[in-house]
Design a protein around this ligand. Structure first.
Ligand code: ADP
Ligand code: GLC
Length: 494
């Protein structure tokens, strides 16, 4: 095996900065690649909160003027790993408090196009070794629309690495108006439907979709779905056209961060052998949300961005039926103000069965994974989804829609096993028959029935907890892909 050099670019990476699953992936895949013998540099914007939380002072690697902006490159290490991490420091764009993408009211930062165009420009200059650091990667790997212009800029250079673009969520496309396209100084030839233009707008994501050598997305099913109108968000034609260069590689999880046997954020640690200790976490969670501490009630959990994608409205619409069952539900979420208000209203209506925390809380997310019996993810679409993987590891059975990565990672529990034991079926959760309120309620009724038979419930819990979702296999798939790309174009890097 030839050790390869990889520049991995992302707009977030756990534990330095995280808003969702991309953060988890970018915080764990680089380390997994490194463990397979490759050298990875992780490239991130130097957001103020990220810099303030660094465990040690970063080292300065260079300072330049790029597109009229002073840019400093800092080097640090991704905590918990040996992955060298480069931070693109451009004060005007990244030295501001709060979320990487939007202001305190949830409005996108008005200069997002400029911010991520600059980030991508710096990435491209680094990837083609034009900033004097004497390091040239074999692969430049970008993620989501924020990295969409990286392959575009790189295309202009002769000595460029092979490029991979990963779609974590096609619903976020980085759309801006024509004036922004002009401000960015992009060549006029790119204002075309076969390039960056999309219905009279600039679409950053098209930079990745059109110009990267290879596209990946985060599950095999989503890779197929996005070539169809129902899931393609308008990009299905382009994606079908590039089908030969598109693969689905399932996300792995960081099994050190998400492990009920060692998790310091939960009340009582447990494993497959002492599952009864999980109940201590359940009681604590019920207490925290002021719900009756009753073990006969199935405790459902949700940890989610409150966005249409996540099917929160299906849950809200099911509440009148749901509260008739012996169940409780705790939700941790933030996002869409309308969903926030509807949830607050629902809690006032059903205070003995519903608990809610609005906001972002990493440690509560762990306590919900540990304390709930059932983890609910009725997503309309789900590129991969990580919480259903975490919850299986925590013996918290996922209830999911049959889409994307959810379909690829949860095995339904049949009511009738005709002669087989539940273990033999590999059942690890509940898969809804379709995305609808009726299907949600039907699956929930099945879960309640199984919960009433603790021996069977525990069989499914043990199967779920024994499944391997570590990065080992998936990181190897990325390496194979990199090799394949480099073999196809051996003479581009000389
Ligand atoms: P997505 O990236 O679409 O939001 P994923 O399931 O891939 O969905 O990943 C979501 C990640 O973000 C998980 O690690 C989850 O625990 C975390 N998360 C989502 N919302 C919150 C929240 N309100 N508080 C804490 N963690 C959250
Ligand atoms: C996106 C998707 C989610 C996926 C995550 C990490 O945010 O919505 O399904 O797990 O990216 O790839």
């Amino acid at each position: 095996m030839t050790p390869r050099q990889i520049l991995y670019c992302s707009s977030e990476a756990y534990p330095l900065i995280k808003t969702g699953g991309l953060g988890d992936v970018a915080g764990s895949l680089p380390r997994a690649l490194q463990q397979l013998g490759h050298e990875v540099r992780l490239l991130l914007p130097a957001y103020r909160d990220l810099v303030n939380n660094l465990p040690q002072r970063p080292r300065q690697r260079g300072q330049w003027q790029i597109d009229g902006q002073p840019v400093t490159l800092w080097q640090t290490t991704l905590p918990g790993s040996r992955v060298k991490t480069w931070l693109v420091d451009c004060p005007e764009y990244f030295d501001r408090p709060g979320n990487p993408y939007h202001d305190a009211d949830g409005e996108p930062w008005p200069d997002n196009a400029q911010r991520f165009a600059l980030f991508d420009k710096v990435a491209a200059l680094l990837a083609s070794d034009q900033l004097g650091l004497e390091w040239q990667p074999d692969i430049a790997h970008g993620n989501d629309w924020q990295c969409g212009l990286l392959p575009v800029y790189l295309n202009e250079f002769d000595r460029r690495p092979a490029t991979v673009f990963t779609i974590h969520n096609l619903a976020y496309q980085g759309l801006f108006d024509r004036a922004t396209f002009d401000q960015l100084g992009l060549p006029e030839s790119l204002w075309h439907f076969s390039a960056l233009e999309y219905h009279d707008q600039l679409a950053f994501i098209k930079g990745g979709l059109v110009y990267a050598d290879h596209l990946t997305t985060v599950s095999p099913t989503y890779a197929r779905e996005i070539q169809t109108p129902a899931f393609g968000q308008g990009m299905e034609g382009l994606l079908a056209h590039r089908a030969a260069d598109l693969s689905g590689i399932l996300n792995g999880i960081d099994t050190r961060v998400w492990n009920p046997g060692t998790d310091r954020l939960i009340v009582k640690r447990y494993n497959r052998q002492n599952l009864s200790d999980k109940q201590i976490n359940k009681q604590a969670l019920q207490a925290q949300f002021d719900l009756p501490q009753d073990n006969d009630r199935l405790l459902m959990g949700m940890v989610t961005r409150l966005a249409e994608q996540k099917g929160i409205d299906l849950v809200l619409d099911s509440l009148p039926d749901l509260v008739k069952l012996p169940v409780q539900l705790v939700i941790l979420g933030s996002g869409d103000k309308d969903y926030e208000q509807r949830l607050q209203q629902a809690v006032r209506q059903y205070p003995r069965q519903l608990g809610l925390t609005l906001g972002y809380d990493e440690s509560l997310a762990h306590r919900i994974e540990a304390g709930a019996d059932l983890f609910v993810m009725p997503s309309r679409f789900e590129p991969c989804g990580l919480n259903q993987l975490y919850s299986q590891r925590y013996g918290t059975l996922p209830l999911v829609t049959p889409v994307g990565g959810l379909a690829d990672t949860v095995v339904d529990t049949p009511l009738d096993t005709t002669g087989k034991t539940l273990q033999e079926t590999g059942a690890s959760g509940f898969v809804m028959s379709e995305v609808s309120q009726m299907a949600l309620e039907a699956a929930l009724h099945r879960a309640v029935q199984l919960y009433a038979r603790p021996a069977l419930w525990q069989q499914v819990q043990r199967v779920a907890m024994g499944r391997d979702f570590s990065w080992q296999r998936s990181a190897g798939r990325y390496v194979q892909l990199y090799e394949q790309l480099l073999q196809q174009r051996p003479d581009t890097r000389t």
